[in-house]
Design a protein around this ligand. Structure first.
Ligand SMILES: *Cc1c(COP(=O)(O)O)cnc(C)c1O
Ligand SMILES: [Zn+2]
Length: 424
């Protein structure tokens, strides 16, 4: 008896056993994990979760693993910060931030990867791989190292140096592909087809992979004492993250851990690469974009695999989508760091900038309980951020030189005044 029945087509409902497969043979729809919800409901409770490991594996009853062989670097169980100062600046009564920058490889991709590579081990594969905009590469490389599996990682040529250094250190095979993420992804899909005993986490075992992100919803609810927020804001690239968060809340209601999953879901994408946000704003189909350039490299997917489903989840929930400019994204990174002490990369800047725009446009109300998912760490994007910072003044080691800096024409504290208005 297991809590996993197999795979099921999201479109036509055709059922398959739990194998390495991501597309329905009947209708080419995407497959998802098919669970035995009665079995899960009978076996799950709050006390059991509370006494579980301090990682995503405390929610193992809701994840698609059927053995105890897990690749665990400690992803998840991150703090839900009550963001009082950022909330005050933006005019929100109750704002929370789930900080994913502190995962083992410093992005939320450790959640999906830990689940996917554990599943790959159940399938007894010879290698793992992925197509990545940078964060997934580091997560796959690290978890593959821990599992003792070779990794093949396909990246676009133009991503941050910090991410390239980080992924290379774990010793995977990294292949930089000319073009965008979409080109790297297409090639990786062909490689996956020609090597059926390799598991590409976000391609041929994608149904299991996306399950890892549901734990963001579980963790939020658990830290809110098994209550749910009114409104969440998540970044959008392929759209898989937002869909998984939505599914996570619905499942908690289904198994009786929360009373409601009536939550408004909003997303944010960089203006220069915003196929999902545009579709939400214009209530139209997701139209793939080409030839884009944005500082938010980890969100730069022109042809989003789960774009349609993310758009529907947002509109059905009464949420909306924002598309901030690169400048707004950088400003939001500074704002988050200066108000909450959290240093995020441009994906997190996109989310916070999106939050700000959605509050300003009235799509988020000031009295809503809002949770924002900050998904990656700013240390990975130092080359992007250096340009937006002032170099520190250099003085001789003399008190008079320091006092001179405090004179009005030099006032080094001036730029922070606005943020200081909102003290805790
Ligand atoms: C991959 C990534 C996302 C977006 O995830 P999708 O599931 O593709 O929408 C968001 N933030 C960061 C930091 C990422 O690495
Ligand atoms: Zn189908």
């Amino acid at each position: 008896m297991s809590h996993v029945i197999g795979l099921k087509c999201r479109e036509c409902g055709a059922e398959y056993p739990a194998v390495i497969q991501n597309t329905c043979y009947e209708c080419f729809g995407p497959l998802e994990v098919n669970y035995d919800w009665d079995y899960i409901s009978d076996n799950i409770n709050k006390e059991k979760i509370a006494s579980g490991p301090k990682s995503i594996w405390r929610y193992a009853d809701l994840l698609p693993l059927e053995s105890e062989r897990r690749v665990d670097l400690g992803a998840g169980f991150n703090k839900l910060h009550h963001a009082k100062r950022l909330g005050a600046v933006l005019g929100l009564d109750e704002l929370y931030i789930l900080d994913e920058s502190v995962n083992p490889t410093n992005s939320f991709k450790d959640r999906v990867t830990s689940v996917a590579i554990s599943k790959a081990i159940e399938f007894d594969v010879r290698a793992v791989g992925c197509a990545s905009t940078g964060n997934l590469a580091a997560a796959v490389a690290a978890h593959a190292a821990k599992a003792g599996l070779p990794a093949y990682i396909f990246i676009p040529g133009t991503i941050e140096m910090g991410k390239i250094v980080q992924m290379l250190i774990y010793g995977p095979n990294v292949i930089a592909v000319e073009g965008t993420y979409d080109d790297a992804n297409r090639l990786a899909s062909e490689v996956a087809d020609s090597h059926p005993d390799w598991a590409f986490v976000n391609i041929n075992i994608r149904p299991y992979y996306t399950e890892g992100s549901k734990t963001l919803a579980y963790e939020t609810a658990e830290q809110l004492n098994w209550q749910v927020p009114d409104h969440i804001v998540a970044p959008l690239a392929s759209g898989a993250l937002l869909c998984a968060i939505s599914r996570g809340y619905k499942e908690l209601e289904r198994v009786g851990l929360v009373d409601s999953s009536d939550i408004r879901l909003s997303g944010s994408q960089p203006l220069n690469c915003s196929p999902i946000s545009s579709a939400v704003q214009n209530n139209c189909d997701v139209v793939p974009v080409r030839n884009f350039e944005t500082v938010a490299h980890s969100l730069a997917i022109g042809n989003p695999a789960d774009g349609y489903y993310a758009k529907c989840a947002i509109l059905d929930s009464g949420g909306y989508a924002a598309s901030p400019t690169d400048n707004e994204i950088i400003e939001a990174i500074h704002l988050l760091a200066r108000t909450e002490g959290i240093f995020t990369e441009p994906a997190g800047g996109t989310t916070v900038a999106g939050l700000k725009k959605l509050v300003e446009s009235g799509h988020i109300q000031s009295d809503e309980r809002v949770v924002v998912y900050v998904t990656g760490n700013g240390l990975k994007a130092q080359d992007t951020l250096l340009k937006s910072l002032q170099r520190p003044p250099v003085i001789k080691p003399a008190l008079s030189e320091f006092e001179h800096l405090l004179a009005p024409e030099h006032n080094i504290y001036k730029q922070q005044e606005a943020v200081h208005l909102a003290r805790i």
